[in-house]
Design a protein around this ligand. Structure first.
Ligand SMILES: Cc1ncc(COP(=O)(O)O)c(C=O)c1O
Length: 401
């Protein structure tokens, strides 16, 4: 057989998916025969059902035969609604012409990097972070420049470090606040400094704001709202997290840069033609319909966060801070892994096998995640309580402070 392209080995993946495969196999073959289950505390998606009015809108769309191609940029009503929603918190006058609707938010990462990255271009990416940023950059021949998010800095980026990373080859900074996997929320002052650097060095910004409505403390601030930034920024967002609609696969990119929007459109046309038509009508209802379910879900995540943080800090040898947004928690396990002379991956594997709880090693999100394991708190209170109790019992049996 002729070989695959040279690019393919550079394309990474979301290792979280392969960890789940392995865990499901272990549960099926080892635990189920003993009448036991795994508790999943690694999940990166809302555990709530999609609100009923949104599902109903899909049914109506089917009844009305909204089952054909839409424009590549998306249905005008949804683009208009998204523009209005983003304008309301950025105070930038976004129009539907500034919006592209995509099949999930992930394609915005793929398209924007495809639009910008040539061989050797440098892309500044926080670390730990959502793994797709780095994977696509390397696939395209770009160079990932990791910017460490330090625990002692509440996992916020360090401006001095950022300045040091900039070279003539830097093209793009990726920002993600609230952040996956740390739950950090970057404040306005910090974001203003990033904007200053982006403008001084003529850089693009991908502002991944997918968790912007899941905030427990502080306020979301978009870099695009700063004068001179909306033309060099693409805001990424969508319905997956806010409205518990991960399977619908609707996301969007918003920018005042016309050439960038046209390029994203061209890439989307070559890729999917358009996002799923029925899902776009569901997303329209999500954006323009009642928002009380969003508030209910977010309040529930906050309660679960408080519970999880309290229970975790009661386990010997581990520590965590209380994250301000998203639904993830990074837990420092350095003391334990040092004492046992193992890695965070091995610890997660042992926790799965001995405590029957699935969590993710921080390294799934980059090298600077090596001291950590990531929990998510989308699961029920009962699962959180039982899962952490099982982990505590196991850790207490192998480690003493
Ligand atoms: C930081 C971040 N950006 C983007 C995405 C992709 O969202 P979607 O599922 O809508 O493609 C995710 C999903 O986990 C994420 O965590």
């Amino acid at each position: 057989m002729k070989q695959f392209s040279k690019r393919i080995p550079n394309l990474g993946t979301e290792n979280a998916f392969s960890v789940i495969e392995k865990a499901k196999k272990f549960e099926r073959e080892v635990l189920k025969p003993k009448g036991k289950n795994l508790i999943y505390l690694q999940i990166g998606e809302p555990s709530f059902d999609t609100p009923k009015n949104i599902n109903q809108a899909t049914i109506e769309a089917v009844k009305n035969n909204k089952t054909h191609y839409t424009p590549t940029l998306g249905i005008p009503e949804l683009r208009e609604a998204v523009a209005k929603k983003i304008s309301s918190y950025t105070k930038i006058n976004y129009k539907k012409e500034d919006v592209i609707i995509t099949a999930g938010a992930k394609p915005i990462i793929f398209y924007m990097l495809n639009a910008l990255v040539d061989e050797g271009d440098e892309i500044i990416i926080p670390n730990p972070a959502f793994p797709i940023y780095g994977s696509v950059t390397e696939y395209l021949g770009g160079k990932v420049v990791p910017l460490e998010l330090k625990e002692e800095n509440n996992f916020c980026l360090d401006i001095k470090e950022l300045k040091k990373k900039i070279t003539k080859k830097t093209k793009l900074i990726i920002l993600n606040s609230p952040q996956n996997p740390t739950g950090a929320v970057f404040d306005e002052k910090l974001i203003r400094e990033v904007a200053k650097i982006a403008k001084q060095n003529d850089l693009w910004v991908l502002s991944d704001e997918i968790y912007n409505e899941i905030i427990h403390k502080g306020k979301h601030f978009s870099i695009a709202s700063i004068p001179g930034m909306s033309e060099r920024t693409v805001i990424l967002n969508g319905t997956s997290k806010t409205y518990a609609m991960t399977g619908y696969r609707i996301g969007w990119g918003v920018t005042k840069n016309k050439e960038m929007l046209a390029t994203l459109e061209r890439l989307a046309c070559n890729d999917t033609s358009c996002a799923n038509s029925l899902a776009q009508y569901a997303a329209l209802e999500a954006v323009v319909g009642p928002q009380k379910e969003v508030v209910r879900m977010t309040n529930e995540y906050k309660k679960r966060r408080d519970l999880l943080v309290k229970l975790i800090n009661d386990i010997p040898g581990v520590k965590c801070h209380s994250p301000e947004g998203a639904f993830y928690l990074m837990v420092n396990v350095r003391k334990i892994i040092d004492k046992l002379n193992i890695t965070a991956e091995e610890l997660c594997d042992r926790i799965m096998k001995k405590a029957n709880v699935l969590i993710l090693p921080g390294t799934v999100f980059g090298d600077f995640g090596e001291d950590f394991v990531r929990f998510s708190y989308v699961s029920s209170e009962e699962n959180i309580k039982n899962g952490v109790a099982q982990i505590k019992k196991y850790i207490s049996s192998i480690y003493r402070d």
